[in-house]
Design a protein around this ligand. Structure first.
Ligand SMILES: Nc1ncnc2c1ncn2[C@@H]1O[C@H](COP(=O)(O)OP(=O)(O)O)[C@@H](O)[C@H]1O
Ligand SMILES: [Mg+2]
Length: 464
């Protein structure tokens, strides 16, 4: 194995994992390590400090470890790559690509890697069992991803140890559901024979979704697929029972209705409920992961009734969100906690506000926070509007009532102000909770409800 092959293989792994090629410094470090140089010697070659070389090297080891699903470091880099090279060469005598850890690597290492979206659903295999994957619909994985350790551990436990049949990843827009699922894949996909990611972002009918899943799972051409939705459903269930399939459906909220309590379907998408129920209730070893702003009705019922169906409400990033602010080069680190708390650790909201702080205040967080009025900006307002537009009239009234109170309010106080019956209020509060729009606190023997600063601010604007 010559150094060009080493760099090519490492670059393939890095590119498929992060969407970025190795930098020239990274390549020089790998070349140095391959020829058993010390970090100090490599630093001299690169004309930079040994500390910097060590930092960049540790990032590469981390990246390669994640890509390969095993620890990679300076001392085992050579032996690991040699072993991989042998495994690729022998596995690709008849196949086009081999699955190593979390990524597909082309057998012919003389070709440059395609973007992750171009990964074809052609047969691939692990050293353990063959996996076929179709991730064409999956977005590119973000270059930086912080924490989520406990969420990933929970999801892994549900999918691998408990063999869950449905797993819903729920949360407000921008909280990181899609990226969480993307980072989960490398940790669980080795358990499955088929892995397929589909987005419901364009609101495909159930027929369209079923056809696209079955075409991949059974390799049948479109012309040979049954015409009726019922037959397609049976065919899909047959595949799901006979093979271990991991199906990820992203942006499921697009098939759910607006103007009603959370979880109801838009009229033309009602039949998705049959798919969710069949997958949740039938005996098989496959798994359906759903990403959504709110849980479809059946998913709520399944998560309540069935031990092999679970839902995860994704919250903010907490202190780990500091890394996003650091990455954006913000100043006044002592004020970051306040900023993170105000924007509830939502990575997208924080990215938007960090950008505004860069542009308006030359990255000075303290100066930005001097203004009492919470800044939303057009981009964040547009995101929140999409969430608010989905609310029922009752939910909007309840939101407005809670927004107008400085302190958190009890159910009895809301009833007095909004004048709705307790059952109606219970429905509205449950629904708002499932949408991740209200916060519940316990105060002695009472539950109190409040809104995060950002949601409160938008609720006020929305009613103007
Ligand atoms: N754990 C994380 N660390 C850093 N950035 C994150 C993290 N999770 C999400 N992001 C960023 O936040 C934004 C929204 O993430 P995304 O997964 O698309 O959210 P959702 O699917 O919930 O709408 C993206 O820019 C993404 O890169
Ligand atoms: Mg998403």
């Amino acid at each position: 194995m010559d150094i060009q092959q080493v760099l090519k293989l490492a670059d393939d792994l890095a590119f498929t994992k992060t969407g970025k090629h190795l930098s020239s410094l990274q390549e020089t470090i790998l070349t140095g390590v391959w020829s058993s140089q010390k970090y100090g010697e490599i630093a001299t070659t690169c004309n930079c400090t040994e500390e910097h070389v060590k930092k960049v090297a540790s990032e590469i080891w981390q990246l390669l470890s994640e890509a390969l699903g095993e620890p990679v470091n300076k001392s085992n880099f050579k032996s690991t790559l040699k072993r991989l090279h042998i495994s690729i060469v022998s596995s690709t005598v008849e196949k086009n690509s081999v699955q190593i850890g979390s990524v597909n690597v082309c057998g012919d290492t003389s070709h440059s890697p395609k973007t992750p979206k171009d990964r074809s659903p052609s047969p691939s295999e692990t050293t353990k069992s063959p996996i076929r994957q179709d991730l064409r619909d999956a977005p590119d994985i973000a270059s930086s991803f912080y924490d989520r350790t406990s969420e990933l551990a929970t999801l892994q436990q549900w999918i691998i140890q408990e063999r869950c049949r449905t797993v819903a990843i729920l949360g407000i827009s921008g909280i990181g559901k899609t990226n969480l699922a993307l980072h989960l894949l490398p940790q669980v996909q080795h358990q499955f024979e088929f892995v397929i990611w589909r987005s419901l972002g364009t609101s495909p009918t159930l027929q369209t979704t079923l056809k696209s899943l079955i075409k991949f799972l059974s390799n049948l051409p479109e012309t040979e697929l049954p015409a009726s939705t019922d037959e397609l459903l049976s065919l899909l269930m047959e595949k799901v029972r006979s093979h271990r399939c991991l199906i990820i459906l992203d942006d499921v909220q697009t098939i759910l209705s607006s103007g009603q309590i959370a979880g109801n379907y838009r009229p033309e998408y009602q039949n998705y409920c049959t798919l969710f129920k069949l997958i949740g209730e039938t005996c098989h070893n496959s798994c359906l992961i759903l990403n959504s702003w709110e849980p479809p009705r059946e998913i709520v019922a399944l998560s309540r009734e069935n031990s092999r169906c679970h839902s995860l409400q994704v919250g903010g990033l907490g202190a780990a969100a500091s890394e996003i602010l650091r990455e954006k080069g913000l100043l006044d680190e002592d004020k970051w906690e306040c900023l993170i708390n105000t924007y509830r650790g939502n990575p997208l909201w924080l990215k938007i506000v960090a950008f505004a702080i860069q542009e308006l205040f030359s990255s000075r967080v303290a100066e930005f926070l001097k203004y009492d009025m919470l800044f939303l900006g057009e981009e964040l307002k547009a995101i929140l509007q999409q969430q608010f537009d989905r609310l029922s009239e009752l939910e909007k009234q309840v939101m407005c009532c809670i927004a107008n109170e400085i302190d958190a309010v009890a159910i009895s106080q809301i009833i007095e102000k909004v004048q709705i019956s307790p059952p109606e209020l219970f429905d509205a509060l449950q629904s708002l909770g499932r949408r991740g729009l209200i916060e519940k606190l316990e105060a002695g023997d009472r539950s109190l409800f409040s809104l995060s600063p950002v949601v409160r601010q938008y609720a006020k604007i929305d009613r103007e």
